[in-house]
Design a binder for this molecule. Structure first.
Ligand SMILES: [Zn+2]
Length: 400
C-alpha cells in the first residue's frame, strides 16, 4: 500500500498542507477505488486545480497510476493506487444464491460467480461449494490462495460480532451454531471475517455506491426478509450482539402471525417473501418471490399492489429507525428494490409522514446503486480493512 511519506514538516506550512492533501487523495482512492479527478475533488472537498497538481506529483512519485475508461459513455482518466498487493474475497451466502467476488487492493473487480442455492440449503454443503468456488476463481486468475489477504462472508441474519455466528433463531435453518469463519478458514487457510448481509451492503454502498460522501446512512435490505445496515458518524454500527438494524423483527401487527424468532407480528411476518407470495394465493398460487417481482415490473396490477403495500409497511418501520438515529440518507436495496419506485415511492411517503424527517434538510430515500453486488463489494473492502488492521496490530506488512 503506498503511503505518502511526511518528513516532519512545520505545522501549518505549505508543504505540510500539500502532504496532508496528498494523503487525503490517497485515502480517498484507497477507500473508493479508481476515481476521476472530478470525483476526487468532490470526495475530498479539494479544488480541482489542487487535485490536478497533487495527482501529477503522486504520478511522478510512482504512488498512483492512471488509466482511461469510458464510464458513462465519455472518456475519462481514472486515478488508481500503484503497487497492488494481494487479493480480497467477498462471499455472500443468500437465502437462494451464493455470490463470490474477487477484487484487488485498488478495489478493481477481477472475477465474479453466482450460483443458485436450494431454499433449505445446508451449511456444510454451501460452505463447501463456496470454498471450491473461491479456489476456482483464484486459479482462473492465474493467482494462488496465498495471495488472498482475507475473505469477508455475509450471512442473511444478525451475526454476533463476538463469535461470528448467526445470532438469532429461525433465520437460516441449521446455520445457528455454525462457526462459518472457522470452517472456511480451515478450508482456505486465509483470515475470514463474518458479517450480516445488510451490514456488508451498507459498507459497499457507502464506499462505492449511493451512500458515498455521507457519514450517517441506513441501508434497507428488502429481500426474502428485511433488515438494515447502519453507518453512524462514518463508522459501521453493529450493536453489542449484532442485532442493530434488525427491523424485520419490529412489531407491526400485535395480533399477527408468530415469527420464526418467536415474537408475534414482526415486520417479516408481513413483508417477508412467504407473506408476500401468500397474498397472491387466490390468483397465483405457488408463485415465487422472483416471479412476483418480475410480474410487478411488467405491470401486473395484483403484484404491483403487493409491492406497494410492502413499501408502505417497510417505510413506517424505517421512519422509526430514522427518528432513532437521524441518518442523512436511506439507501434501499435487496430484490424488492428491483421494482424501483413501485417500492420506493410508498416507502418514501411513509417516511415523509413523520414530520421531523422532512423539510429542507430532510432525510433522502434513494435506491442503491450496486444492486445485488452491494454485499460482495462491501465484503472485499472489509477483507482489505481486516488485513490492514491485522498487519498494523502484528507490526508487519507480511501476510501469509
Ligand atoms: Zn421476528
Amino acid at each position: 500500500m503506498p503511503t505518502v511519506r511526511t518528513s516532519t514538516p512545520q505545522f501549518g506550512s505549505q508543504s505540510a498542507l500539500r502532504e496532508a492533501n496528498s494523503q487525503r487523495i490517497v485515502d480517498a482512492i484507497r477507500r473508493h477505488g479508481a476515481l476521476t479527478q472530478v470525483e476526487i475533488a468532490a470526495t475530498t472537498g479539494l479544488s480541482q486545480a489542487t487535485v490536478s497538481t497533487i495527482v501529477k506529483q503522486l504520478l511522478s512519485q510512482g504512488l498512483v497510476d492512471t488509466r482511461t475508461t469510458v464510464r458513462t459513455g465519455r472518456r475519462a482518466q481514472l486515478v488508481t493506487l500503484a503497487q497492488r498487493t494481494g487479493l480480497g474475497v467477498g462471499i455472500h451466502v443468500g437465502q437462494r444464491a451464493l455470490r463470490v467476488l474477487i477484487g484487488d487492493s485498488g478495489h478493481d473487480e477481477l472475477s465474479e460467480r453466482l450460483l443458485p442455492l436450494p431454499a433449505d440449503h445446508r451449511a456444510d454443503t454451501t460452505l463447501d461449494r463456496a470454498a471450491l468456488l473461491v479456489v476456482d476463481l483464484v486459479e482462473a486468475l492465474g493467482a494462488e490462495l496465498s495471495e488472498v489477504v482475507a475473505a469477508g462472508v455475509a450471512l442473511p441474519g444478525a451475526v454476533d460480532p463476538g463469535t461470528g455466528t448467526i445470532g438469532g433463531r429461525g433465520v437460516l435453518e441449521g446455520w445457528e451454531d455454525v462457526d462459518v469463519g472457522e470452517v472456511l478458514g480451515r478450508r482456505l487457510g486465509i483470515p475470514i471475517v463474518v458479517e450480516k448481509d445488510a451490514t456488508a451492503a451498507v459498507i459497499g454502498e457507502t464506499r462505492f455506491g449511493a451512500g458515498r460522501g455521507c457519514a450517517d446512512v441506513a441501508f434497507i435490505r428488502a429481500s426474502y426478509l428485511v433488515g438494515a445496515g447502519l453507518v453512524v458518524d462514518g463508522q459501521v454500527h453493529r450493536g453489542r450482539r449484532g442485532i442493530a438494524g434488525e427491523i424485520g423483527h419490529v412489531e407491526v401487527d400485535p395480533s399477527g402471525a408468530i415469527c420464526p424468532c418467536g415474537s408475534r407480528g414482526c415486520l417479516n411476518t408481513v413483508v417477508g417473501a412467504e407473506a408476500l407470495t401468500d397474498l397472491l394465493r387466490m390468483s397465483r398460487s405457488g408463485i415465487t418471490l422472483r416471479a412476483l417481482i418480475g410480474l410487478a415490473v411488467e405491470g401486473d396490477p395484483g403484484c404491483r399492489q403487493v409491492i406497494a403495500d410492502a413499501g408502505g409497511a417497510i417505510g413506517s418501520v424505517v421512519a422509526g429507525l430514522a427518528l432513532a438515529f437521524d441518518p442523512q440518507r436511506i439507501v434501499v436495496g435487496g430484490e424488492l428494490a428491483e421494482t424501483g419506485e413501485l417500492l420506493l415511492g410508498p416507502l418514501r411517503d411513509a417516511v415523509g409522514r413523520r414530520v421531523p424527517l422532512t423539510g429542507d434538510h430532510g432525510v433522502e430515500v434513494v435506491r442503491g446503486e450496486l444492486g445485488p453486488r452491494a454485499e460482495v463489494r462491501g465484503l472485499v473492502a472489509l477483507a482489505f480493512d481486516q488485513a490492514g488492521s491485522a498487519a498494523t496490530t502484528s507490526g508487519t506488512e507480511e501476510s501469509a
